[in-house]
Structure formats: structure tokens, C-alpha cells
Write a protein that binds this ligand. Sequence first.
Ligand code: FES
Length: 156
Amino acid sequence: MRHLIPEFEAMKKRLPPGENGVLVLPCLKRIQEDRGYVADEDIDGLVEYLGVPRIQVEEVLSFYGMLRRAPIGRFHLQVCHNVSCSMHGAERLLDRLQSRLGIAPGQTTPDGRFTLSRVECLGSCGTAPVLMVNERYYELQSEPLLDVLLEELGKP
Ligand code: FES
């Protein structure tokens, strides 16, 4: 993360002195954009750079589900399983994805192409069931639409 410090310095300049804790989340997000996840060495570096307690960084990491502690596949499929999506077939979608990809939620395919996650509400309950692939939403999903999507993503 050392090469990101000039960017962090620019953010720091916009804050009143002594408010470094505010930078924990934006710095973690930037680290993840850069590496794909937040490694132990990134946490060590951020604690040292910001001068905040390690627990503060760990709390932010555990609170925000979008922050990852391990590498993921090229395509991150996140299936919402909250009430609205569950009532509209989220479990069927998850079953279909598990069967097609051969992995369970929390796992990545051996070729590193797909990671599957079961997530909480994605904020699009009116168009349930919903899944995200990386940063893009796929709403009103069904098993046939899922098959089309997987084909677009290169899954034979
Ligand atoms: S319950 Fe699935 S998006 Fe809200």
C-alpha cells in the first residue's frame, strides 16, 4: 500500500488535524481497488500510517461486507438472500449457481473465474430476486436468465 500514500496524503489534507480515523474506510476501499482485497500487511501499514488503533481498522473491515480479506475470482457473484429476495426465489438461484459452478457460497472456482457469495439486502428489494456481478446489478432474476448470464460470463 506504500505506493498509495500520495493519494492518502491528498485525502488527509482535506481533514482537520487529528481526524485520521475518518480515513480508515476510504483508505481500505482504495487498497482493495488496488490489490483486490485487504491483506494483513495492508492493515499493518494503515495502522502505522494513520496512527489509529488496529482494532479500529479491524472493526471497519468486519462491518462492511464489501471489504474482502482474501482474493476473489474475476467475477464476484453476490446473491441477496434477505426477505424479499428469498420470497422470490433467491434460494433457487443460489442452488442453480452452486450446481453450475460446482462451488458453495464463500468459495472460488479452481480456475479463479467465479466467486459465489450469499449477501444481505442489496437495496433493490422491489426488483427481487437480485444478484450483483462485480459492481453491476441483475434484477428480477430467474434460473433461465441466470443461465444466459453465466454464458455471457464465459461459463460453458
Ligand atoms: S431483500 Fe434482496 S435486495 Fe433487498
